[in-house]
Write a protein of this length. Structure first.
Length: 118
């Protein structure tokens, strides 16, 4: 099974990252596309604009955000394409821009993909 890690896009790229996938709907501020070292920008798997705006990175909304985002993922065809890409690589790093390392969509997506690959 592939190793799926998560990392802020503002951290330097490393060879150990493997296949690097940005999972934000919006391009991260201050990052030039040529400096991002991305293999894929999977913006279609990011939370919907409505969910992203509702959550607004409020830790008190975290549990409900996780529930709503997982519901979106179950209905999102783009997730299947991402899972197929994950299967093709030994290591995949899901990149996100949020400051909060404990409450972000990459964590939810990582857990969701792991469940789907079992």
């Amino acid at each position: 099974m592939s190793a799926i890690t998560i990392k802020r896009i503002y951290e330097p790229a490393a060879k150990a990252d493997g296949f690097r996938v940005l999972v934000d709907r919006l391009w991260p501020r201050g990052i030039k596309k040529e400096n991002a070292h991305l293999d894929e920008w999977a913006k279609a798997v990011a939370p919907s604009d409505a969910l992203r705006k509702w959550f607004n990175h409020d830790p008190e909304k975290w549990a409900e955000f996780c529930r709503r985002y997982e519901a979106e993922l179950k209905e999102n065809e783009a997730v299947e394409a991402l899972i197929e890409q994950v299967k093709e690589h030994k290591t995949v790093t899901l990149l996100y821009a949020a400051h909060d390392e404990e409450h972000n969509q990459a964590l939810v997506l990582q857990k969701y993909i792991h469940k789907r690959l079992k």
